[in-house]
Ligand binder design. Structure first.
Ligand code: PLP
Length: 389
């Protein structure tokens, strides 16, 4: 449930309500560490020390050097920073990004590397084609400035072989950039820190909005996207969001300890699989993406049966007190078909019928059952309006 009375909330991939631990640590940091970390006095120093602790804690979770971490306003800023930086150091090179990246990776790559963005294709399974990537590396005369493949897709929840891609990039000596926004806080983060560039944000896993991080190599020092202050060793200007950062890291540590041991993750996978099995019964002809591929335990993305094209599934679900999404929050409500669904080889007709249900840690099994009932009601309404063909 969420703050709105009686509303079932299945849109955690867009954003999650703040967890209790996040609220508590945000409030405490706002009271105890409110100073400006750059100030010379002890109030400032207290905030500075709190940030340093958070930096070491996050480095421990991800397995990277604390000094390689940069605090940002969220993953959009982190991802823009990467391409901004690379365009300063390797302006003549290409960047290779997967065809299913989030728009903030896609668009910033095109912005900073106009005409030099190559797409790595995706298989019908929803996974990036690792073999095609290997062939591309073997056949290319010049190495790209980076290869960007996300850890888990936001629209489908399908997990990408980032460990394998990291190995391939390391062997080929090409920097690997992994947008891990949808993975972090849902699956263990250990070893993600081995990626050359890594981005994440707090609001997808129950932390506050407007705070994120970027892991980037120490050398050459990252070229700041935001200029006008000496903060963070001149790598990102602007007063740090101390309470947000502390709440993000405390929440992530709490999730890693409480929820991410494998038995807890498998219970959640089981709930997801049971839901999918029941959905198959309730809505004949429904197509579940990533059924036979490793997926996030919290995400079920389906293609609903073909009905009158004016039928708005998300609006109808909302009227049933249920918040779901068409795929990506950024493209919800827009008519443009999802590039992720298209990259999987599905048609624009399929893309127009995508529904995504994404849960959180506090989502109970009963809520999945209620969701199923609501989908059945809306499906009956759709059938009542008649099939289009
Ligand atoms: N990357 C992915 C995979 C996402 O799902 C999102 C948010 O939807 C972002 C980046 C952008 O994150 P933020 O909202 O922190 O800017």
């Amino acid at each position: 449930m969420c703050g709105l009375d009686c509303m079932l909330y299945f849109d955690h991939n867009a954003t999650a309500p703040m967890l209790e631990i996040a609220r508590k640590s945000w409030l405490q940091a706002s009271e105890m560490s409110f100073g400006n970390p750059s100030s010379q006095h002890r109030v400032g120093d207290r905030a500075y020390q709190a940030l340093e602790q958070a930096r070491f804690k996050l480095a421990g979770i991800l397995g990277c050097h604390a000094l390689d971490l940069l605090w940002t306003s969220g993953a959009t800023e982190s991802n823009n920073t990467v391409f901004h930086h690379l365009s300063r150091f390797a302006p003549d090179k290409e960047v290779w990004i997967s065809a299913i990246e989030h728009p903030c990776v896609m668009e910033s790559a095109h912005y900073y590397f106009p005409g030099k963005v190559q797409l790595i294709p995706c298989l019908p399974s929803g996974q990036v084609d690792v073999e095609a990537l290997k062939v591309k590396i073997q056949n290319s005369a010049q190495k790209p400035a980076c290869i960007a493949v996300m850890a888990a897709n936001n629209e489908t929840g399908i997990l990408q072989s980032w460990q394998r891609i990291l190995e391939i990039c390391q062997q080929a000596e090409i920097p690997y950039f992994c947008d891990a926004v949808q993975w972090i806080g849902r699956l263990p983060g250990a070893t993600l820190g081995q990626c050359d560039y890594l981005s994440g944000c707090a609001h997808k896993f129950g932390g506050p909005k407007g705070v994120g991080f970027l892991k980037c190599p120490g050398r050459p020092a990252i070229s700041p996207l935001l200029k006008g202050g000496p903060q963070q060793e001149k790598r990102r200007a602007g007063t740090e969001n101390t309470p947000g950062i502390i709440a993000m890291v405390e929440t992530l540590q709490w999730l890693e300890d409480q929820f991410l041991p494998s038995e807890n993750v498998s219970i959640r996978h089981q709930i997801r699989n049971e839901f999918i099995a029941k959905l198959d019964q309730a809505v004949p002809g429904i197509q579940c993406l990533g059924r036979s591929t490793d997926s996030l335990w919290n995400t079920v993305t389906v293609i609903m049966p073909e009905v009158d094209c004016r039928f708005r599934w998300v609006i109808k679900m909302d009227r049933q007190q249920c918040a779901v999404s068409t795929g990506s929050a950024c493209s919800s409500g827009h008519e443009k078909p999802s590039h992720v669904i298209r990259a999987m080889g599905l048609s624009t007709s399929h893309a127009s019928r995508v529904l995504r249900f994404s849960s959180g840690y506090m989502t109970k099994k009963e809520e999945w059952n209620e969701l199923l009932e609501k989908i059945s009601v809306v499906y009956a309404q759709a059938k009542g309006q008649g099939h289009s063909h």
